[in-house]
Each structure stands twice: as C-alpha cells, then as structure tokens.
Design a protein around this ligand. Structure first.
Ligand SMILES: [Mn+2]
Length: 251
C-alpha cells in the first residue's frame, strides 16, 4: 500500500480550516511516511488537478489518502473510476455531501457532483452513518434512490446494519472507501468542522470498516476532516489514529 498526504482545507468553504494539518500530525504520530500532494494556496483548481494527477499515478497500488477536507474525494474517486470499471463508493459521514454543486467541488457537494458528472453510478453509492440531511439533499437522494445506512439504524440494531453493509459490499466489484471522521459521535470526536449528535462509536466504525475490507474489494481509501486545531483535549487524535491504523492494517 501507499500513503498519500493531502494537506488541503481549500474545499471546506472555510468551515474546517486547520484540517490541512492532519496528514502531517497523523503520520508523525503513527510513525509513517508518505508522499505528499502539492497544495497551492488560494488555488483550489490547481490543487485539485494535483490531487487527481497523484491519484492517477498510485491507483492500483492500494493507496490510502489522508486529508484534508472531504472535497478531495471527488478527484480521487474520479481517478479510481477511470481505472476500475463499475467502481463503487462507500462513504462514512454524518452528512450526505449532496448539496447542489458549483465548481470547484466542495466538501458539501462532492457525492452529488460525482453522480451528476457521471463518474459514479447512483446505485453504486452507499452512505453510512448519515444523520443530517438538508432538504435539497433529501430530494436528490430520493430522486436517485441513493442507498444509505443511517446512524439511527446503526445505533439501534448494529447486527442488522452490519448485514445491510455486507449485502451491499457483496454486490460490488471495486470499492473506494471514504471515511469522514465526523461520522463519529462529537463526544468522542469533537475535532472537526460540523458536529452532529448521535454518531458512531470508534468501535462501531472500526468494525464496519472491517466488514468493507473483508470483501477484498477495496482498491483505495481516504480519511478526511480531522482538524487538529479543534482537538482541544486530544481525543480527536486518539480516535483518528485508531481509524487510520485500522485502514492501514486492513489493506
Ligand atoms: Mn463529508
């Protein structure tokens, strides 16, 4: 596998400034090194191009991308889907990231932009842990029948949620896994831009990530939206490290 650092918060609409520091801190703490994508300050379009170019270079070598804000997944999945036919996207996130989009892509619209730009088939997207959906997003998700396993289902009947995930995974060919750490409960993970109550525990997230990897179909993964600047008590780093380790060990 290959670790790629993407130190950019340029797609966060200024809502998670500081998350660009996550790759350096996380890799330092984990004692791992990695290549770094060149981020051009105040030029998100060039940064996005650099993210895409790097992804094209490493797709096929089981890359693990550490962000950064969630907008990077657009360019990363674009490269992934060009390499693997019928590729699927499983996103752990408190949000649907499906607002009406404008370019450049942001962390609020990247799922929708991937579908609208025909880089992702709507039935190949699965949202996991979602619990805050805006009205315009709800319309889009319903119109497109986007599959989701929401946070309520996971907290209510974990075994059932796990089986639903297994079922989705079993029908896919090539999976890109994207983990937005705001899927975790704010009590254990306050170190991010948008806090939504009633989220997952670290143990639940690790187990569900394990389900996805046990298929042997994961070709690339990312970890996004950890903001060390909002991590006042260090809890965020502890959780982020556990999740990063799990992904590294699973590849
Ligand atoms: Mn997100």
């Amino acid at each position: 596998m290959k670790i790629i650092k993407i130190p950019s918060s340029q797609g966060s609409l200024d809502k998670n400034l500081g998350c660009e520091n996550a790759p350096e801190i996380l890799c330092g703490e984990l004692g791992i090194d990695g290549e770094e994508v060149k981020v051009i300050s105040s030029d998100i379009e060039t940064t996005d191009k650099n993210v895409y170019t790097k992804a094209k270079e490493v797709i096929g070598k089981k890359p693990f991308f550490i962000g950064g804000d969630h907008s990077i997944t657009y360019s990363l999945f674009k490269a992934f889907s060009e390499n693997f036919e019928n590729s699927s996207l499983i996103v752990f996130d408190a949000h649907a990231d499906a607002m009406k989009g404008i370019k450049p892509v942001s962390h609020e619209d990247m799922n929708r932009e991937l579908i609208d730009d025909k880089l992702l088939e709507k039935e190949k997207l699965l949202l996991v842990g979602v619990r805050k959906i805006w009205e315009q997003e709800q319309e889009f998700l319903e119109e497109n029948n986007v599959q989701k396993i929401n946070s309520r289902e996971i907290l209510g009947d974990f075994e059932n949620a796990k089986n639903e995930l297994k079922n989705f995974v079993s029908k896919q060919n090539h999976i890109y896994l994207s983990v937005d750490l705001d899927v975790l409960d704010p009590k254990i993970f306050p170190a991010t831009g948008y806090l939504e109550k009633r989220g997952l525990s670290v143990e639940q997230l690790l187990e569900l990530i394990g389900v996805v990897f046990s298929s042997g179909k994961v070709g690339a993964a990312d970890l996004v939206e950890f903001n060390p600047e909002k991590d006042e008590d260090g809890k965020g780093l502890i959780a982020a490290k556990k999740v990063a380790k799990k992904i590294i060990q699973s590849f």
